[in-house]
Write a protein that binds this ligand. Structure first.
Ligand SMILES: *Cc1c(COP(=O)(O)O)cnc(C)c1O
Length: 394
């Protein structure tokens, strides 16, 4: 039975096992193939698998799953989101130029500004909510336009089709980091994007247990190039973690929908609080990118951010929050509160950070699966404690 025509919720459950059925036992779960090498029956004709860096059956079930979910031709599993992203950037060559979303993930910023630049690849960061700025940043040697939408941590929205149009007119590729939306809510390849990237550490695995990255290409030609890079660069995902990620993907639909519903309620609650200066959540009708987001996605996601007046108020608030873990990362069953200035964006100089609105009062909340009323009550009591801090300062 093929699952190709089914809804994504159904595909999330069945694709991996269908892609790699265990005909000997009928096991409902994909077996974990802990084998670095594979016996070859013939002297001069080799089987589908020879060495696990080049291909492993467990990893391949996962790779076929993400390709199917994203609607691309080829999927690739890497040892981290960063290795998926950096491997994709191996598609460019010395002398090329890349355009990158200004509000990009801190690790991606670090890679572009301190590694990629060493290979004579120039870059321009632009505010991708402004299509004119994107068009103006294009140079004769621009090879890639790199999109992150919603962006991290300010949830800025980029018009994907708008950027794709500029890229196509200038003969360059588009990459998109789809970590926040996942294919459940956003299908970049359908909108013309060439390479979709994921930190599967986040929503796709969903349980704060593994570090993993995924990539999907729009066509076979790019797929062949990325397969060559994956095998050559070698930062593949192991069989155990591939299995864990396949299991995580199965519950993505239920998890992300529940967390999104809670995130919407929390964003509205935060907006009603006088101590909270600004709330960034694409599901809010007053969010700048809301109309574009609604057009190009089917959900708002479980990540929001908000600002408090200053670092002391923020510190007091965090110290009084009892339910969420205070940590880097996002997209898990437990809510995760993080402080971008010192966590995800610590690699960015303060000046660059503040230009991007990542101020000392900005907090990001990834909403988990706790009861939303418990989360709101927790936020409410921490805000009361934090507001005492404001009075002390005044
Ligand atoms: C976490 C994250 C990454 C990096 O992924 P790792 O799995 O930590 O290497 C990249 N992009 C976004 C949007 C992320 O949240």
């Amino acid at each position: 039975m093929s699952t190709t025509n089914n809804q994504i919720e159904t595909k999330l459950i069945h694709t991996a096992t269908k892609a790699s059925p265990d005909n000997q036992t009928g096991a409902v779960n994909v077996p974990i193939y802990l084998s670095s090498t594979f016996h070859q029956d013939n002297f001069d004709e080799y089987g589908a698998y020879d060495y696990s860096r080049s291909g492993n059956p467990t990893r391949q079930a996962l790779e076929k799953t993400i390709a199917e979910l994203e609607g691309g031709t080829d999927g690739f599993a890497f040892s981290s989101g960063m290795s998926a992203i950096t491997s994709a950037f191996m598609l460019v060559s010395a002398g090329d130029h890349v355009i990158v979303s200004e509000d990009v993930y801190g690790g991606t910023y670090r890679f572009i500004t301190s590694i990629l630049n060493k290979f004579n690849i120039s870059y321009t960061f632009v505010d991708m909510t402004d299509l004119d700025a994107v068009a103006q940043a294009v140079e004769a040697n621009t090879k890639v336009i790199y999109i992150e939408t919603p962006s991290n941590p300010r949830l800025d929205i980029t018009d994907i089709e708008g950027v794709v149009k500029i890229a196509k007119a200038n003969d360059c590729l588009t990459f998109l980091d789809n970590t926040f939306m996942t294919p459940l809510y956003q299908k970049p390849i359908e909108l013309g994007v060439d390479v979709v990237l994921h930190s599967a550490t986040k929503f796709l695995s969903g349980h704060s247990d593994i570090i993993a990255g995924l990539a999907v290409t729009k066509d076979k030609q790019l797929g062949d190039q990325l397969a060559f890079i994956q095998n050559t660069f070698g930062s593949i995902l192991g069989a155990h973690d591939s299995y864990t990620l396949i299991q995580g993907i199965k519950t993505l639909g239920a998890r992300l929908k529940q967390s999104t519903e809670s995130a919407y309620k929390i964003a509205n609650f935060l907006q009603s609080q006088s101590l909270v200066e600004e709330v960034f959540y694409p599901g809010l009708t007053n969010h700048k990118g809301h109309p574009i987001h609604v057009r190009q996605t089917s959900g708002d996601g479980a990540v929001l951010s908000f600002t408090l007046p200053n670092v002391d108020v923020t510190k007091t608030f965090v110290e009084h929050m009892k339910i969420p873990v205070f940590a880097v990362s996002l997209g898990a069953v437990e809510s995760i509160l993080s402080y971008p200035a010192k966590m995800s964006h610590a690699a960015m100089p303060k000046e660059e950070r503040e230009k991007r609105g990542i101020t000392d009062g900005l907090l990001r909340l990834s909403v988990g699966l706790e009861h939303v009323d418990d989360l709101i009550a927790d936020i409410e009591q921490a805000l009361i404690e934090a507001s005492k801090q404001v009075k002390v300062i005044r």
